[in-house]
Design a protein around this ligand. Structure first.
Ligand code: ZN
Length: 498
């Protein structure tokens, strides 16, 4: 009975994946192409396909197939065991939630998003606070349906990074914070800090587009099964069969469009490196958000902000933008590429201070779930943490506690992934360097395939076999830790900011 059951499960998972990909395409189109007055119909299209997806993924026959297979599948069928383990998790996640809760949550998400957008526009947290409270209550209710051990917050963290929990993240972040705060203080005290804003003017968009397409193709993005477009906030969606990424352009900020495109390319390379025949099962899905972010950060930061990379690409950059770069020396350009500044906005911050932005959000989320920080006190707690860790005083709520969209959708537990991704990126970087010591000389030649192949073998091809901790241990030989991230940040930034 095992073989036919496996085949039936495979067919059903394939249909779910295809439906999800249609839903994803509608979402991509909404952010890239949708005419402004067409959003009403799109909302109905999205709701209709969401219902079809939900129906397919809660099909009771999947539950029966899983139960049969869990009893009968031989232990040595390792790959099939992984498929079943993850399909069970997904199925339970959908099937354990009462339909009334799902409907209520969808309505809340929409209302809370609009309340957040208005509150941010008017810079008034009190307009958003009641919705945030409801999202928090709803997140706890969600955790109750799925079941949790130590802390309902863990149930949400597990959604983004399987196997992680608030206790292990706390201990990683505490040691990172201890080492990172003095580094940030040294940089903020350097006379080289914040000298290079507004040196870039008038970079034609078409030339920027051509340059970033050359770079992202050289790194390895396959434009035969993917594309890059423009959206307000850059993102990467789709899968390895059809990868959709975006960037944004500003004539006076060519580095933003370039590094956004490279960042999304890192996500895209992960998707394109997952086993194409298994997109519908755990064998062809990403290990989690932290692993995903490790790929985007590694290409963006360790590789493309390096001296070696710019030794290769600076002449090309100058050939395209000779006039605009004429008064800017090589050193000034490199410093601008690795600019560290006191920025209150997470998405505009650099890779050094970024981690502290995340630690603040994690500590606040933890307190919200523990009940030690009432929602109404959030702006005060936010501002005092920013002052303490980054010496930044947000001018208002819009620049402070209201800046991110995540909490309006109840996406608690998502933020830590960004910083965990930074840790893994640095660990992968040093592990790759150990095995391929002359790796950086490849970049000087515009050659990236050895690194990409290494990542494909150690990370991409593994799919969702391992959670973040095991994936780190297997791919780098070390436990997940902030050690390599600190080593990398010191090496890269302290010489630039004496
Ligand atoms: Zn990312």
């Amino acid at each position: 009975m095992v073989k036919p059951d496996l085949q039936s499960l495979d067919d059903k998972l394939k249909r779910i994946q295809i439906l999800d990909s249609i839903s994803g395409l509608l979402g991509w189109d909404e952010l890239v192409n949708l005419p402004p007055e067409s959003s009403g119909q799109r909302a109905e299209q999205a709701a209709a396909i969401a219902e079809v997806c939900h129906h397919a993924s809660t099909d009771p026959e999947i539950g029966d197939l899983l139960s049969n297979l869990e009893l009968s599948l031989p232990e040595q069928e390792l790959d099939a065991q992984i498929v079943i383990r993850e399909a069970r998790k997904d199925y339970d996640r959908n099937a354990k939630l009462p339909a009334a809760f799902v409907r209520r949550k969808a309505r809340l998400d929409s209302a809370a998003y609009h309340a957040w957008a208005k509150a941010r526009k008017e810079s008034d947290f009190s307009l958003f606070a009641p919705y945030l409270q409801q999202q928090l209550d709803s997140a706890k209710e969600y955790a109750d349906y799925l079941g949790w051990g130590e802390n309902p917050y863990d149930c949400l963290i597990d959604l983004y990074d399987p196997g992680m929990d608030s206790e292990s993240i706390s201990s990683l972040f505490d040691s990172l914070k201890q080492e990172l705060v003095p580094i940030v203080q040294q940089i903020f005290g350097s006379k080289y800090q914040n000298q290079n804003s507004s040196v870039f003017r008038g970079f034609p968009i078409e030339d920027q587009r051509a340059f970033l397409k050359d770079v992202t193709a050289a790194i390895g993005f396959d434009y035969q099964r993917g594309r890059i477009d423009v959206s307000l906030h850059p993102f990467c969606s789709g899968n390895g069969a059809d990868t959709r990424m975006t960037t944004r352009f500003d004539e006076n900020n060519p580095l933003d469009s370039l590094f956004s495109a490279i960042h999304e390319t890192g996500h895209g390379l992960y998707e394109q490196g997952l086993p194409l025949d298994h997109l519908h099962t755990a064998l062809g899905k990403a290990a989690g958000m932290g692993a995903h972010e490790s790929q985007s950060r590694l290409w963006e930061n360790q590789v493309c902000r390096s001296r070696a990379f710019w030794n290769r690409y600076e002449p090309e950059f100058r050939a395209k933008f000779g006039k605009q770069l004429s008064g800017i020396s090589s050193d000034a350009l490199y410093l601008a590429i690795n600019n560290v500044s006191k920025n209150p906005i997470r998405v505009d911050s650099d890779e050094v201070t970024y981690n502290l932005h995340i630690i603040i959000r994690f500590e606040i989320e933890k307190q919200l779930f523990e009940g030690t920080l009432p929602v109404k006190d959030l702006p005060g707690a936010w501002n005092s943490r920013y002052k303490e860790l980054l010496d930044i005083e947000p001018k208002n709520d819009a620049e402070g506690v209201l800046q991110d969209v995540h909490w309006s959708g109840g996406a608690f537990g998502y933020f830590p992934s960004y910083c965990l991704g930074n840790m893994l990126a640095a660990q992968l970087w040093y592990a790759a360097l150990e095995q391929l010591p002359d790796l950086e000389s490849d970049f000087e030649k515009g050659e990236f395939s050895r690194l990409l192949t290494w990542l494909q073998k150690n990370v991409h091809s593994q799919g969702k076999r391992y959670g973040l901790k095991s994936l780190t241990l297997r791919s780098t030989g070390e436990e997940l830790s902030p050690k390599c991230l600190i080593r990398y940040l010191k090496n890269r930034y302290l010489p630039l900011y004496p």
